[in-house]
Write a protein that binds this ligand. Structure first.
Ligand code: NI
Length: 167
């Protein structure tokens, strides 16, 4: 297993649109394992392949406190959504920034597992919000880009300051 490098906003590669996975082979399983390890190490509750510069429709999530409930979603598709959630979200690609977006409270998602088997998952609360957040990454969207222009300006200024400090 290997830790993967997580792209940081505003890296342009975060805007690439992921393509569906068509081959469920050993390299794919290795990628899933590496992404899970990278997410747990960060630590984070979700990671999309886009964030590690692999532009395939693949997401790993674990919102459990014990960090023992890995969810792997390949080619995910939301088939039902309801309610409104306002859980605050953050992102491993935008460290230190947290904000709320309008998200569905419950989603039903259809996806393949790493063996290519199709399954349906019903999620609510944090898991539902996390699924929507990670699926946005696959479309090339970073959550902060849905915030107001003023908030985005502040975030860019804050990230630039972080960068100067770490340089
Ligand atoms: Ni994110």
């Amino acid at each position: 297993m290997a830790l993967l490098n997580i792209l940081r906003y505003p890296d342009a590669r975060l805007h690439k649109v992921a393509v569906p996975v068509t081959v469920f082979d050993d390299p794919l399983k290795q990628l899933v394992a590496d992404m899970a390890e990278t997410m747990y190490e960060a630590p984070g509750i979700g990671l999309a392949a886009t964030q590690v510069d692999v532009h395939k429709q693949l997401i790993v999530i674990d919102v459990s406190e014990r960090r023992d409930s890995l969810v792997v979603l390949i080619n995910p598709e939301i088939v039902d959504a309801s309610g409104v959630s306002d859980i605050e979200e953050g992102c491993l690609s935008v460290p230190g920034i947290y904000d709320t977006l309008e998200r569905a409270e419950r989603v039903k998602v259809r996806a393949h597992d790493q063996n290519g088997k199709l399954f349906t998952l019903e999620a609510q609360g944090l898991l539902a919000v996390c699924i929507q957040h990670e699926m946005d990454h696959l479309k090339g969207k970073v959550f902060v880009e849905s915030l107001s222009q003023l908030k985005q300006q502040r975030i860019r200024a804050r990230l630039a300051k972080q960068l100067r400090k770490s340089a």
